[in-house]
Design a protein around this ligand. Structure first.
Ligand SMILES: CC(C)(COP(=O)(O)OP(=O)(O)OC[C@H]1O[C@@H](n2cnc3c(N)ncnc32)[C@H](O)[C@@H]1OP(=O)(O)O)[C@@H](O)C(=O)NCCC(=O)NCCS
Length: 209
């Protein structure tokens, strides 16, 4: 994979994670336990010890193998969280999934939607991917705001889809394909042209979640 250059919009930027981000990320994860735990991926085989330095090394190896892009999100140059593009499928699918978190003290500043828009644009243009997906637990209202703001399209309810916070959890899936956003996701959003209701969840799926 060619090197991915950092992207910036106002105070928000994304760049590839570096091994030397391990200390600050580990510190943020530790001091945000209660904030992150309900939404954090867990292993169905039971608790695993986590070493951020090793985690970053693995993410960068996946990046070199073309399997994903591990970004950090920054606000005014300060690391605020992670945005991870994972599950890159090439060939006839040309798709990937986005996951993210920010520290609680940075919440509510449009950092994540801005970062998701920039990461999606990078994936469509530089990686030539066709489809980007975001999966969100029905209870995660803050995360649902991200897809609402950016006009990701609701695709459906996936039952017991990802192991989160100790169990298999239902998720809503949202996606965009490249031809839906010829002007780019960031431009479409900042110009107020993201469709307001693309992420709306049909009543049947809302009551089943
Ligand atoms: C979901 C998350 C990434 C959103 O990031 P963000 O950068 O705060 O995104 P936004 O600024 O667009 O805020 C989204 C919504 O969060 C809510 N919010 C704002 N400030 C908040 C705060 N201090 N505390 C809790 N929620 C807040 C608001 O509903 C906001 O929507 P609004 O802008 O229409 O008011 C962040 O809340 C987070 O990291 N949560 C924990 C981890 C997680 O849920 N990851 C996603 C798994 S799918």
């Amino acid at each position: 994979m060619d090197p991915i250059a950092p992207r910036r919009h106002g105070p928000v930027s994304i760049r590839l994670v570096k091994p030397r981000d391990a200390r600050v990320l580990q510190q943020e994860l530790l001091s945000n336990r209660a904030w992150l735990r309900p939404w954090e991926a867990t292993s169905p085989d039971g608790p695993v010890s986590f070493d951020m330095r090793l985690g970053i090394r693995r993410l960068l190896q996946q990046y070199r193998d073309g399997g994903g892009i591990p970004f950090v999100m920054e606000y005014d140059g300060e690391v605020t969280g992670q945005l991870n593009v994972w599950g890159v499928a090439r060939g006839s699918l040309a798709s990937a999934t986005i996951g993210y978190w920010v520290s609680q003290r940075y919440a509510g500043r449009d950092i994540t939607p801005t970062a998701v828009a920039m990461a999606t644009d990078i994936c469509f243009t530089e990686l030539r991917l066709h489809r980007m997906e975001i999966c969100i637990r029905p209870e995660n209202l803050a995360s649902l705001r991200i897809v609402e703001k950016l006009g990701f399209r609701y695709e459906g309810l996936r039952r017991r889809y990802i192991h989160i916070d100790g169990d298999w959890r239902d998720h809503y899936a949202f996606a965009l394909v490249r031809e839906e956003v010829p002007e780019g996701v960031l431009q479409r959003w900042v110009q107020g042209r993201a469709p307001q209701d693309a992420a709306s969840i049909p009543p049947a799926d809302r009551s089943h979640a």
